[in-house]
Structures are given as structure tokens and as C-alpha cells.
Design a protein around this ligand. Structure first.
Ligand SMILES: NC(=O)c1ccc[n+]([C@@H]2O[C@H](COP(=O)([O-])OP(=O)(O)OC[C@H]3O[C@@H](n4cnc5c(N)ncnc54)[C@H](OP(=O)(O)O)[C@@H]3O)[C@@H](O)[C@H]2O)c1
Length: 337
């Protein structure tokens, strides 16, 4: 049996993403096979395509970190999952495909109220934010959270999770259109960084105190600006190094702020930790979907075969919300639903 999957022919531009006919994967012990309705696109996929973010040892070399779909079969020893259940899942790779095998602990029910296309836009960003902002940095109700790239995938998840848990999300974006979108997701305040110095604006919004948590995705002079915006005992969560992977650190400012800075990447984490994050999401965040207080991000949908075009759009920095690839089976489901 075969299926269509998107492969990276050779590292390079979007055109290096090409449909291939490959063998249908079989679930190993502890894995489930998911029939994919849709696959979400994330910036780390672009980095992988460029050859700058290699899959960890043992992971599929095919791109795609998140999917929605139905459970098609169960590997040996899997319990707690049923064939035919509608799910979303964090993949270790291989999500841009008609089928993908995934460790069972990374597969969770479709968030209540979402359809499969929107569901595909959830796992990678929600797992990342839940692990870093909630579980590791200990986000508490009442804290202010400054969110860079707030109209993107990670940013949108950070706004919604912060808001749901009673924190105050302050969005940083580049345009009025993105500001409107960030507000629609629940941002309490929005700073348009192309018009205002964001550290000054963040201080003004917090009565001079600074913010308790910062989700940062850029390097260069962003680290110093973030420290200027941070409250005493605050934490900077560094998720990427856009605009340069090196920064100069003002140690005096770090000490004065009693600050914590940590970095994290989701993909190389163990299956055990990913399963722990999954359980935490279902327990703490899925009720927000059930109550209609967390909503699906805005999605732009393209056919699986047009993965290259989806990457082009992501790289122009013009898109807001999430990009999603739909399989032929996913398309047929949505049109008959
Ligand atoms: N560490 C992890 O575990 C992890 C997991 C997933 C993603 N990431 C990383 O997180 C970042 C965001 O991913 P995503 O999927 O949310 O991407 P996305 O949907 O494309 O959103 C990125 C947003 O970041 C802003 N941005 C783009 N280039 C920037 C730059 N050079 N400096 C500052 N801001 C910039 C843009 O907003 P404005 O135009 O409004 O500024 C854009 O809307 C990526 O770098 C990705 O690799 C890390």
C-alpha cells in the first residue's frame, strides 16, 4: 500500500517541497496510525526545508509536526485510543502526508467545538506554549505576558492560553491588521512595534513595573529590549533566533531584574514529556475550547500538493493566523459534513 507525502527533495527554497508516492507507514509498538485530514504549517518546517533544523535521531525525515484526522490503526500495547476517533496530534515529523504514525501519548481528542481543519492548527503551538509558558515558567493568573509575533501561530496560542488562565496578554505586532487579529484572540493590549518602542510601551502599560513573562522569537538587540521591558523576577522565554542567533547581554540589567532567561525547542523533547504536555493540555486548556473561550485561530487552507505555496506565504511574513494543508480525504470530509 502506498500514499502521497511531501518530501524535501534537497534543502532549499519552497520548490524543494515535492509530492512523493511512499509506502504507507505501519504503527510500531506504542504508536497509532492517523489518517490525516489536515496538517498545520509551522515556521520550524521552513527551517527544516532550508536544512537548518534537522529532525532528531529516529524521527521521520519528512516535514510536518502536527495533524488532525482519525485513528486508522493501533500499534502493539496501545490503550486508551479507539479506531475512528477524531484526534489532533503532535508528530515527530511526517505530518505532510495522507497517513502518519505517532507515539500514542502525543495523540489527543479534537478540541471541543473545532472541526478537523481548524484542529490541525493547534498541536505544535499549543504544546510549545503549554510546556514553556505554563509548565516551565509557572504562569499564574494576574501576570502580564508580552508576546512577540503575536499574530503568528505561537503568538496566537500564547494569547489564548494566557487569557484563559487569567493572565494579561500584551501582543507585539508589526501592523494594524495584525493588531486587530491579536485583539480578536483576546489580547488585552497591543503594541505595534513599527510605531512605538515596545519596552517603553510595555512599561507604560504596567504602571512602570514591566511584564512578568516574555515570549521572544528573535535574537540581536531584542534580548536587551526584552530585559528593559521585564519586571523584577520576570522570565524571558526564548523560542527562536529570528533576526540573528547571537545577542549581547547587559549583565547589570540581568542582575538588577533578578531575571530568568531560558530557551526551549519542542521537537527533541522525549515522548514521555510530550505525553505529559498532552495530558496537561487536555486537562487545563481543552475546557477553554469547550466553553467557547478559546477559539480556533484564523486558518488559510491549501491542498496538500501545494505545500510549497504555503511555505512561500509563511516566509513573506504577511500571513496571520495559521496555514493548513488539507488531504484529498480531508477535503471530501469537509464537503460532505
Ligand atoms: N522553540 C520551539 O519549540 C518552537 C516551536 C514552534 C515555533 N518556534 C519558532 O517560533 C517562531 C514563530 O513560529 P510560528 O510558527 O508562530 O511562525 P509564524 O506563524 O510565521 O509567525 C511568526 C510571527 O513572528 C513575527 N516575525 C517574523 N519575523 C520576525 C523577525 N525577524 N523578528 C521578529 N518577529 C518576526 C511576525 O510577526 P510581525 O510581522 O507582527 O512582527 C510573524 O507573524 C519561529 O521562529 C519558529 O521557528 C519555536
Amino acid at each position: 500500500m502506498t500514499m502521497t507525502a511531501i518530501a524535501v527533495a534537497t534543502p532549499g527554497g519552497p520548490e524543494s517541497l515535492q509530492p512523493r508516492t511512499v509506502p504507507l507507514p505501519e504503527p510500531g509498538p506504542g504508536e497509532v496510525l492517523v489518517r490525516v485530514a489536515a496538517a498545520g504549517i509551522n515556521y520550524p518546517d521552513v527551517m527544516q526545508r532550508l536544512g537548518r533544523y534537522d529532525p532528531p535521531p529516529g524521527a521521520s525525515p519528512l516535514p510536518g509536526l502536527e495533524v488532525s484526522g482519525e485513528i486508522a490503526s493501533l500499534g502493539e500495547g496501545v490503550s486508551g485510543h479507539e479506531i475512528g476517533a477524531r484526534v489532533v496530534a503532535l508528530c515527530n515529523g511526517g505530518g505532510y502526508a495522507e497517513f502518519v504514525t505517532i507515539p500514542s501519548g502525543q495523540v489527543v481528542p479534537l478540541p471541543p467545538g473545532l472541526d478537523l481543519l481548524s484542529g490541525a492548527a493547534i498541536p505544535e503551538t499549543f504544546f510549545t506554549v503549554q510546556q514553556t509558558l505554563v509548565m516551565r515558567s509557572g504562569l499564574q493568573a494576574g501576570m502580564s505576558v508580552l508576546i512577540h509575533g503575536a499574530a503568528g501561530g505561537i503568538g496566537g496560542a500564547a494569547i489564548q492560553i494566557s487569557r484563559w488562565l487569567g493572565a494579561r496578554p500584551i501582543a507585539v505586532v508589526s501592523s494594524e491588521e495584525k493588531a486587530d487579529y491579536a485583539r480578536s484572540l483576546g489580547a488585552s493590549d497591543v503594541i505595534i512595534h513599527t510605531r512605538k518602542d515596545f519596552p517603553e510601551a510595555a512599561k507604560a502599560l504596567t504602571g512602570g513595573e514591566g511584564v512578568g513573562r516574555i515570549i521572544s522569537i528573535a535574537g540581536g538587540d531584542m534580548l536587551d529590549k526584552n530585559l528593559r521591558a521585564l519586571a523584577r523576577f520576570g522570565t524571558i522565554i526564548q523560542l527562536a533566533g529570528l533576526d540573528g542567533a547571537r545577542s549581547e547581554l547587559d549583565i547589570g540589567r540581568l542582575l538588577g531584574r533578578q531575571a530568568t532567561i531560558f530557551g526551549s525547542t519542542l521537537r527533541p523533547q522525549s515522548s514521555a514529556l510530550k505525553a505529559e504536555i498532552a495530558a496537561s493540555l487536555v486537562h487545563r486548556i481543552w475546557p477553554g475550547f469547550a466553553e467557547g473561550r478559546i477559539n480556533a485561530p484564523r486558518i488559510a487552507i491549501l491542498p496538500l500538493a501545494e505545500a510549497a505555496e504555503a511555505h512561500r506565504r509563511m516566509e513573506t511574513r504577511s500571513n496571520h493566523g495559521k496555514l493548513v494543508l488539507v488531504t484529498p480525504w480531508g477535503e471530501s470530509l469537509e464537503t460532505t459534513a
